[in-house]
Structures are given as structure tokens and as C-alpha cells.
Design a protein around this ligand. Sequence first.
Ligand code: KG4
Ligand code: ZN
Length: 355
Amino acid sequence: MTVLLAVETSCDDTSAAVLAGDGRVLSSVVASQDAVHAPYGGVVPELASRQHLANLPPTVDSALREAGISERDLTAIAVTCGPGLQGSLLVGVSYAKAMAWALRIPLHGVNHVEAHLRSSWMEAPDLPYPSLGLVVSGGHSHIFHCRSPHDVALVAATRDDAAGEALDKLGKRLGLPYPAGPLMDRLAARGNPKAVVFTLPRMSSGSLDYSFSGLKTAALHYMNLRGLEVPAGADPDHLPPWAYDLIASYQKRVADHLMQVLKKTALALRPRSITMAGGVACNSHIRVRLQALGKELAVRTAFPRPAYCTDNAAMVGFQALPLPQAAPPPEEVDAFPTAIWTRMSLEVNSPCRTR
Ligand code: KG4
Ligand code: ZN
């Protein structure tokens, strides 16, 4: 019987999970580092790796305890090898290597982004392939064409900021605590999404890439031109009304752009399902928009519950399953900061230009 420990330390969240061989999650523990990075308004890589060093042993202990097992019950370990912050990855990979070596059990390296892509299958195991997968987080706004869990090709990527980064940066200017995305989601409900009309990013002919930096700059200009500022230390629940309108309009445009490129890609590739994962996939407006797109195109859509959208080890364990017969010796599993996928180029007749 497989009892798999999964470890995830690719960015700023330390996570461990225990899974059964059939994909059941027996425990899933995440130690957030948000409080450590909040004063800097973004992840500080050096601090992230040091924090992983402190957080990982107790996080693994909690995962084993919650699953009601001891480390001697483990039959395998899965660990995120990349892409991510090199220092952060090395902490998780070194820890997992040492544990696998000491317990004499196999170690399986997992690609973090491919684990995000697979996470929708944790909720909907019968979702059909080929599938189009949007990974949307603080570091990614990427669309992949997935023929199977291990056969994925990159179709679109962001040329500059990721969607989560764009949300976090406007949130920072509005004085919201880092990461601002979850709060922007809640506060957007108080504003009018039609109050501020931002131009949708214009893509050059045929391009399917994302670009969020123009939208971010437009929002910051909007505030500068009108002399709009949020008083320092303002309570997010008592911001001036213009701030809620700005958040709602901005969030809507981020969603418009995400769906605009996803729709073009889906029309070109005609997938049998469309999925979405990563921290921004927690966003309530974007979740509704993906479901609406699925209805419009008559394609099944799925996304994980919020706890499996943000970085978590459960999806890493799930991506490692079913475990292959042979695993490389633990010392051969290594961390890689960047990933290179096969790039699929699409013929798109009309430019991605809109209103
Ligand atoms: O996947 P994730 O936990 O970490 C990586 O970036 O890899 O994603 C974090 C991002 C942050 O930018 C955060 O603001 C955003 O996800 N986020 C959200 C929501 N929850 C998290 N953005 C919009 N709405 C949310 N509800
Ligand atoms: Zn991630």
C-alpha cells in the first residue's frame, strides 16, 4: 500500500501532505510566510529560504500526525524540484533527499506548475483530456495544452507581470496588506466594476500572450492624475468610495484579459475541458467568469477548492501518482529554478484586439 509524503517549498509557503496511493489526501498542512514578507510588499528570497528551514520539520511532523502515521509508515516521498526560488527549492529538496535516504524509500521529483495543472483532477477525476489549463498566480499567467498529466505544452505566457502580481501591486499602492489579492477579491464587491474603464491590453497580431503591466500602470496613473491617495494606515473596510470602484473595475479588467486569451486559445485548440489553478484561481469573480466561458463554449470547466489553488503539497503528491515502478536514486533528484516547456504556436487569424 502506498503512503506518500509530499513536500512543497518552491516559493514562500512551506507545505507537507500525506496521500494514499489512490489519491486520497490524508493530511495537508501549509505554514504561511505572509507575515514575514508583508513589510516588504513582496517575497524576499533570502528570508523565504531561511523561513523554510525553520518551518519545514514541524510542518512535516504535523502532516504525519494529522494523517495518524509515523515516518516509518511512509513508502515514498514526492518533492517539488522547480520551477521556483532556488534557495527555497533547495531546502525542500535537501530535506526530502535526506529523509528518503534515511528511510530507504524512493524519492520522486515533481514540477510545481504541472502539479498546479493537475490539481483540478483532485476535485474532478473524470475530467477529460485534452485539456486547456490556466495557471494564474503571483508568478504565472500561463496557458498550457495538456494531453495527459505529463504531456503538457505551453501555449501562452505573460510578457511582463503575472495577474497576481498586478493585483498585489495596485493593492500595495492602496495600502492593503501583502498579498493583496484575497482582500481585493472581498473589497471588489463594494465597488462598481463599470466606474473606471481601462483599455484591455492590446496584443500584436496573432499573439496569444498575456500582458498585465500596462493595466497596472493605467491604474496607478488614474490615481496620480486625480491626486487620489488612501491615508496611511486606513482600515480596508473604511476606504473612500473611489477606491472600491477602482478595485472592482481593475479586477474585472484582469478577469477580462484572462478570459480573452483563454477563449481565443480554446477556439483554436477545441479542448475537451478547461481548468484553472494557482492563487488567483481563488478569486470569486474569476471563478464565475471561467464557468461562464465554459457554458459559452460548451466545454467542461473545473478548478480546485481554494486550499488547493494556492501553493500546497497535496497537489504535489497528487501529481506524483500513480508512482512509477522505478525512481532515480535520491541523490540524483535536483532543484531547478526555471522550467522549459515545449512551446505550441497557434495560428490565430484575428489579432487579440478588443474595445
Ligand atoms: O499560487 P500562489 O499561492 O503563489 C504563487 O504566486 O506561486 O499565489 C499567490 C497569488 C498572490 O498574488 C495573491 O494575491 C493571489 O495569488 N491571490 C488572489 C486571491 N487569493 C490569492 N488573487 C485574487 N483573488 C484571490 N481571492
Ligand atoms: Zn504556485
